[in-house]
Each structure stands twice: as C-alpha cells, then as structure tokens.
Design a protein around this ligand. Structure first.
Ligand code: ADP
Ligand code: MG
Length: 401
C-alpha cells in the first residue's frame, strides 16, 4: 500500500497531513503561518524573517479544500484497502480547540436546541459536508460488498465500538449507563490484555455488529450525540475528551473460519492547547491535568518513536506508552504494526500562533516515525495452516518412501 513512501520494504512512515480551516465570520487571520501557493506540501512560518521556518508534510490542505478532497488527498482509500487486507489503520485529528478536528472527522451539521445539548439532526447534513468517519464507514461497506460479490466464499463482518477518554477514564459512548452519571460507571472501563487477540482491549465495551452503512452510521451518530449530552449533563468539556471510534473488519472464508481481523480506529483528540491553571478550579483543574496526561504522553511517545526511527541501529529507546490510557489503547496505532495517518488541524489566527506552531512541530516529528505493518492473521487460522502444511509434507515423505 502506498501511504506516502516506504524507505524499506517492511517499513511505512506515519503519514501526516495539515489542514488549515477557513476563517469564521468576524475572525481575522495573521500572516505568520502560510501555505505554499503552488500546492507544494509545505508550511512557512514567519516568512522573510530571521527566525523563518519551513515544515514539510505529505499533504497540506488550504482552507478552501472540501471534505471529499481531504478524504482523497489524505489517502483514506489506501487506508481502507489496507484494513480489508488485514492491516490495522489509525487516523487521528490533532490540534487545538476550534482548529477543525471535529469538522474534519464528523462534519455533521448541529442544530441548537434551547436549554439542551446541540443535536445532530438526521438527514440535515448534506453529503458534501460529511467528514472522514462517515466516508470511511461507507467506503468499508462498499469494499465488503464488492469483495463478497466476486468471491462468495468470503464473508466480511464489521463491528463497531465508540468510546471516550475523559480525565483518564474510559466511557462507552454507546452504553446508556455511562451517560447517566451512575456511580457504578463513574470509574470508567478497564483496559485489559487480551491474549487471544494479542492486543489490549477495553473490558465490557459494547460492540455492535453492523450489516449496513446506515446501521453503522446510526450508532456513530448516537455516540456523537451522547458525547454532547455528556458534556452538558455531566459538566464535561468535549474539547477535553478524546473520542475513539473502532471499526473492526473480520474476514472469514471456507465456511466460518476466521482469516484475519483488522481495525480502523478514528480518533478525535482533545484540544492540544495548554490548559491554563489560572481560572481553573477544583474539578476543572484536575480534569485539565488528566487531559494533559494523555496528550502529554502522546507527545512523549511521538518524540521517542521519532528518535528511535532516526537512530540507524534502531536502538532500544524507551517509549512511554503505559503512562496514559490513550497511548495504551493506541499502542499499535503509532509506531506499531499498522498504518497511521495524523491530521494536524490549524488556522491562521494570530491569537493561535503559538499553539499552531506547536501543532506543526509535533506533526513534523510524527512524520519521521516508521511503523512496521503486518497482517493480523487469526492465531487459530495460522495454526490450522501450519498443521495442514505439516500434514502435506508428511504425506509427501510417506509417498516418497
Ligand atoms: P475542534 O473540533 O478542533 O475544536 P471544530 O471542528 O469544532 O474544531 O471547528 C471549530 C469551528 O470551525 C466550527 O464552527 C466548525 O464548523 C468550523 N470549521 C472547522 N473547519 C471548517 C472547515 N474546513 N470549513 C468550514 N468550517 C469549519
Ligand atoms: Mg471538537
């Protein structure tokens, strides 16, 4: 798969795209951060000054870029193909609050309801505006259908889960108990090593098998709505939570035998801005510390993986995955055995200059990380395959004797 260049056959670089959002009515942009007018994938900081900097990425999307163009240009089709072949893939949107992460991932049109959380109105979002998540859901189903048509022996299933990490606790966005604020759920869900899948999974997380894109989109919208409801009712700031949608595609063939299982994870990260300690009190301050923990560790992970990739010997480097819930959950997603796409969101607002610069810095660092993609074959399938080969070779020896 071409995800933006491989320097060795087995390595794939983390793909990094930058998206500038348009200025909203009443906003005024500065000129210290600009893109290349000729569409080269570069971002210029403080051009013409002695401290000028140029950053290079895989793609840079100017403010006028539409949602379908971002989907195409970011290479999402390749990521979906990889998932169908059995590779994990992760897409995450990074940037400060208000930089366009949720617009890029969801793209839904919200409607204000007085005294209530804003609602996603069914059917009110024109398809042109839909973000990367609805497009990916649709793209995966299209692939599953066309593969099943060409080979009726192959059977695909898609399972969906949707969670939120808030204040270092994991909540199920599709489990009503988690929205009620009930004390039983307040502690959040636990992460557990799953030896069958050789991966970390979230204990008791609801998993829904979806038969149509509409069904999957329905769950996704319900989760999105629950995220806004939670932020209203439970006093959570949605800008401080990470939302993680997991779409698992399983391929079975020759009856019911599982061949491989691959996950597409789509993450809308919390705002990357430093939380000001002043003005935040009690719970809020604690929350901001919590949120910083996951993002703080994510940045540390990015930095140490980039160092590791840069060292010729591929020498041992400590990568602090275990220091936050987010990075434990996304362990395989970055620096692991899957493909990764980072979408760095920003604007030209002068007031956001420092944060935008920080976003560009981490995006650029992430771009030097190399993953080692591998197909997630089912362990049982692998065993059966190996035993078959052994039987074949023993048969051959017997016949030859
Ligand atoms: P974030 O999730 O990073 O906090 P949002 O996605 O909510 O940011 O975007 C902030 C505001 O900017 C929203 O009103 C959103 O509709 C608008 N916006 C963001 N990106 C775009 C875009 N590409 N085109 C039009 N409006 C956008
Ligand atoms: Mg958002």
């Amino acid at each position: 798969m071409d995800t933006g260049g491989k320097d060795e056959a087995s390595l794939a670089k983390v793909r990094v795209c930058v998206r500038f959002r348009p200025l909203l009515p009443g906003e005024e942009g500065g000129s210290r951060i600009t893109w290349d007018e000729d569409n080269a994938p570069r971002v210029y900081v403080a051009p013409g000054r002695s401290d000028a900097k140029t950053f290079e990425f895989d793609r840079v999307f100017q403010p006028s870029t539409s949602q379908p163009e971002v989907f195409q240009g970011a290479g999402l089709e390749n990521f979906l193909d990889a998932v169908m072949e059995g590779y994990h893939a992760t897409v995450f949107a990074y940037g400060q609050t208000g930089s366009g992460k949720t617009h890029t991932m969801e793209g839904f049109v919200y409607q204000a309801v007085p005294g209530k959380a804003p609602q996603v109105k069914p059917g009110s979002t024109p398809s042109e505006s839909l973000g990367l998540v609805p497009r990916s859901i649709e793209g995966l189903f299209r692939r599953m259908e066309s593969k099943a048509e060409t080979d009726s022996e192959q059977l695909f299933t898609l399972r969906l889960s949707f969670l939120q990490i808030y204040n270092e606790r994991i909540f199920d966005l599709l489990n009503p108990v988690h929205l009620s604020g009930a004390t039983t759920a307040a502690a959040g869900l636990r992460l557990r090593w799953n030896s069958r899948e050789a991966a970390v999974s979230v204990e008791n997380l609801f998993v829904f098998e979806c038969r149509t894109p509409e069904e999957a989109l329905g769950y996704y919208k319900a989760g999105v709505r629950n995220r806004t409801v939670a932020s209203h009712q439970m006093n959570q700031a949605s800008s401080r939570s990470h939302s993680v949608l997991m779409l698992t595609v399983e391929r079975r063939s020759g009856g019911e035998r599982l061949e491989h299982s691959a996950k597409l994870t789509l993450v809308d990260l919390a705002g990357s801005e430093r939380q000001a300690a002043t003005g935040a009190s009690g719970r809020t301050l604690q929350e901001s510390v919590g949120i910083n923990q996951s993002l703080f560790v994510l940045r540390k992970v990015i930095t140490s993986l980039a160092k590791k990739s840069a060292s010729k010997s591929g020498s041992f480097a400590f990568v602090p995955y275990r220091e936050s819930k987010l990075t434990v959950l996304l362990r395989d997603a970055i620096g692991g055995s899957g493909y990764t796409l980072m979408l760095a969101c920003l604007s030209t607002l002068e007031a956001s200059f420092e944060e935008s610069l920080s976003t560009l810095h981490y995006a650029c660092t992430a771009g030097s990380i190399r993953n080692r993609p591998a197909v997630n074959l089912d362990p049982m399938s692998q065993l059966v395959r190996r035993l078959r080969q052994e039987v074949q070779s023993l048969k051959g020896q017997l016949e030859a004797a």
